[in-house]
Design a protein around this ligand. Structure first.
Ligand SMILES: NC(=O)c1ccc[n+]([C@@H]2O[C@H](COP(=O)([O-])OP(=O)(O)OC[C@H]3O[C@@H](n4cnc5c(N)ncnc54)[C@H](OP(=O)(O)O)[C@@H]3O)[C@@H](O)[C@H]2O)c1
Length: 249
């Protein structure tokens, strides 16, 4: 562990209590990082991860609660992180909302919610973290989506937000250089949305995926780890982890 360049460095993972965010937090912690797990409503899940990780190494994990639609949240989350751990080396913008917004009945409230959680909050978190990341030569990893490159039917606002986050990745890679690298991971189908039980759609998506299966949260976490630890000469890039979905129509 002593030779690992991530030992004792600090990662902030938004939406890190459950699902993919939890896997990212545990993976980075296993590499020796200390982790700040941001959550909104999943307090029990956040507490469970903290218990698990702090049992492995004491005081190596903490949590912060905030609703990213609150304009004060980005500063609060970053301040809490530096107050707890004294530094910040990696910001992982993972938190997201995802639901359909067909053009015929989408609302302004849905626009605000989807654009804020998927795009505005990552921007202001990056702004709040920029000087710390600069000081520690850190990096940002944005979790985007293959649907930021190609539209998913009936999800125009979500797709627009993720497309914006891909451009934000490139724009900040330019503006935060040369000290801070900014990259992204674009998952394909990894975990189904919890409120979506459409088995026919699920099977159709897998059938259209050249590798004929869903991905795993561990495969996303592995790409995040690579970008933080190994991709020292990469910035402004998006790693697609989609089982080849993007190479077929
Ligand atoms: N799942 C997939 O197959 C898939 C595919 C493509 C891309 N992605 C991307 O991968 C990332 C993780 O996916 P996922 O499916 O694990 O995400 P998820 O379960 O849909 O959401 C992750 C977390 O975001 C947090 N969140 C949502 N709205 C918030 C708000 N207003 N304020 C603060 N936190 C908020 C929630 O925290 P609480 O639970 O604490 O409220 C939630 O647990 C996302 O960026 C997603 O777009 C996922």
């Amino acid at each position: 562990m002593q030779d690992n360049p991530l030992t004792d460095k600090v990662a902030l993972i938004t939406g890190g209590a459950r699902r993919i965010g939890r896997e990212i937090a545990c993976r980075l912690h296993a590499q020796g990082m200390r982790v700040m797990i941001h959550y909104r409503s999943s307090r029990e899940d956040a507490d469970a991860v903290l218990t698990e990780l702090n049992a492995l190494r004491s005081d190596s994990a903490a949590s912060v609660r905030a609703d990213l639609t609150d304009a004060a949240a980005p500063d609060q989350i970053v301040l809490e992180t530096v107050h707890t751990f004294g530094r910040l080396d990696a910001l992982i913008n993972n938190a997201s909302t995802f639901y359909p917004t067909p053009i015929k009945d989408a609302t302004e409230q849905q626009w605000e919610d989807l654009i804020t959680t998927n795009l505005k909050a990552p921007f202001f978190l990056s702004q709040a973290a920029a000087s710390l990341l600069d000081e520690y030569h850190g990096c940002i990893v944005n979790i985007v989506d293959i649907y930021g490159h190609r539209p998913l039917e009936s999800h125009p606002i979500y797709c627009t937000a993720k497309a914006g986050l891909i451009m934000l990745t490139r724009a900040l890679a330019r503006d935060l250089a040369p000290t801070v690298r900014v990259n992204a991971v674009a998952p394909g189908a990894i975990l189904w949305p919890e409120n979506d039980a459409d088995e026919v759609t699920r099977q159709r998506i897998i059938a259209r995926t050249p590798l004929k299966r869903m991905g795993t949260p561990a495969e996303i976490a592995g790409a995040v780890e690579f970008l933080i630890r190994d991709a020292s000469f990469s910035s402004g890039q998006v790693i697609t982890v989609d089982g080849g979905r993007c190479v077929v129509p």
